[in-house]
Design a binder for this molecule. Structure first.
Ligand SMILES: [Zn+2]
Length: 473
């Protein structure tokens, strides 16, 4: 549709909507059904004709959203512009209070679970239906930036404000979630809150014996922040599949694609998930001059050969979605004139296809065995530390995000999330989708992290409209 006709149509529809509202409001006690019918027309759902409804003129309070992003960044244990906000510290607790306050101001009813996942609910007119969830995290790794996660929490609260201002009435309840500890900084476990929501008895047990680097237990830390009060039972955090009819997370891309291509919105179709592996080789070591080459069993060379094998196996998968990295390679005794007697290798391999990624893991294992045999070193360790399944975004939610972008006249790109997020775990309890906005040079996890106010605004609009559609579906 041309720009001209959309400019012409929108005021016309706004006026019609105004009259429809008046008619239904003066209609006495049959109000409810009329209102509901109007709301369907109002949101444009399920019809996805572009430009045809008042929600296209959503108004985001960009200034106060930017103010909140800046203000939240001051709850930090490192100097501005960096942000350091670690789980259950005083700064984290203060930031949580800030979020709960904003949820309250938005008219949401706020509750917290025993580990401090925070929920703010806007009840729909059919509150017994499964709610639509949205949210992200506000914890920040040491010396990082102020947008990662934060945009998906503050942006979600603003999306609710936007829908309220537009007069929208949700059918399914809308719920903003602030997840506890997406970052693994303090206890070494990433996406702690959403992992526990997705339900893992093993993790619940393990957490009771988890300590930070200062030897503070997870439960003591939680208690000091006002959580895990009554009992040590973490199973109450778990949710069943179907608790939410859909979950959508707004997030900065943390990569350079959207900015480079000048596209305001990324519609995520899948989230890649890593497998991480630790490998140890042991050889005899020896003097770098005295031990002749045929007599050596150099653990360092075994590690080097394995690193190349990782690259080879990843490339063999035939798709750019498979990646593999040897990020740690430690040699012992680490002296220039000593043959390495021990080598420790840590490998991260990711894909959006679980089978394909697990084939790579299997090939890496076989290579480790073969290399150890060939080089007469001992494969003293091969540990798969974690192997989370990747997740696909839900088709219906992708369609809602695409339709919302189109209706808002925002160009979008279907893309894969190479980093993982709370949505990876929410996908185990709900159909899931993610909206990306551009960030400066793709920078993240450092103080230079930045998204322009205009990009925040676009993200909030697409989120608001997507939530409206899912709420009525
Ligand atoms: Zn994040």
């Amino acid at each position: 549709m041309s720009r001209f006709s959309s400019q012409f149509l929108l005021p016309f529809l706004l006026i019609s909507f105004f009259f429809l509202t008046i008619i239904s409001a003066t209609d006495g006690d049959v109000d409810d059904d009329q209102t509901i019918k109007t709301m369907h027309q109002f949101s444009g759902y399920p019809s996805s004709e572009p430009h045809h409804h008042p929600l296209s003129s959503l108004s985001v309070d960009t200034q106060s959203l930017q103010f909140q992003v800046d203000e939240l960044a001051t709850f930090s244990d490192s100097p501005s512009p960096s942000v350091t906000r670690v789980l259950y510290t005083d700064k984290d607790v203060a930031a949580r209070r800030y979020i709960k306050n904003l949820m309250g101001l938005a008219g949401l009813s706020v509750r917290e679970d025993t580990i401090g996942n925070i929920f703010g609910r806007w009840n729909g007119y059919e509150p017994e239906l499964a709610a639509v969830g949205t949210g992200s995290h506000i914890d920040a790794i040491p010396y990082s930036g102020k947008y990662d996660g934060v945009v998906g929490v503050l942006g979600a609260i603003e999306a609710i404000n936007v829908l309220k201002k537009a007069g929208f009435k949700p059918k399914r309840s809308l719920e903003v979630i602030m997840f506890t500890s997406e970052e693994p900084t303090r206890f070494g476990i990433s996406c702690l809150g959403s992992r526990l929501i997705a339900g893992s008895e093993t993790l619940e047990k393990a957490l009771k014996n988890t300590f930070d680097s200062q030897n503070v237990s997870f439960l003591d830390a939680a208690k000091s922040a006002g959580y895990a009060r009554d009992k040590d039972d973490l199973s109450s955090v778990r949710m069943n599949y179907g608790t939410y009819s859909g979950f959508v997370e707004l997030h900065i891309e943390q990569g350079p694609i959207l900015e480079a291509e000048g596209i305001p919105i990324g519609v995520v179709t899948a989230i890649a998930a890593p497998a991480s592996i630790k490998v140890d080789f042991e050889g005899d070591g020896g003097h770098a001059g005295a031990a002749l080459m045929p007599n050596r069993n150099d653990a360092g060379l075994a590690a080097a050969e394995l690193a190349l094998a990782v690259e080879k196996h990843v490339l063999e998968s035939g798709t750019i979605d498979t990646v593999g990295t040897v990020g740690i390679l430690d040699l012992h005794p680490r002296a220039v004139n000593s043959i390495p007697s021990k080598a420790h290798v840590e490998i991260d391999t990711r894909d959006i296809n679980e089978t394909r990624r697990n084939i790579v893991v299997e090939k890496i294992h076989q290579s480790a065995i073969d290399i150890a045999n060939k080089r007469r070193v001992k494969l003293s360790g091969f540990e798969i530390v974690n192997q989370d399944p990747p997740a696909l975004a839900d088709k219906k939610i992708i369609e809602a995000m695409e339709a919302s972008s189109r209706e808002l006249n925002l160009d979008y790109k279907l893309m894969v999330s190479r980093a993982y997020h709370d949505s990876l775990f929410m996908a185990r309890v709900s159909p899931m989708g993610m909206i990306f906005i551009p960030c400066y040079k793709g920078y993240s996890h450092k103080p230079e992290e930045y998204s322009a106010p205009e990009d925040l605004t676009n993200g909030v609009k697409v989120l608001a409209l997507t939530l409206a559609k899912l709420s009525l579906s």
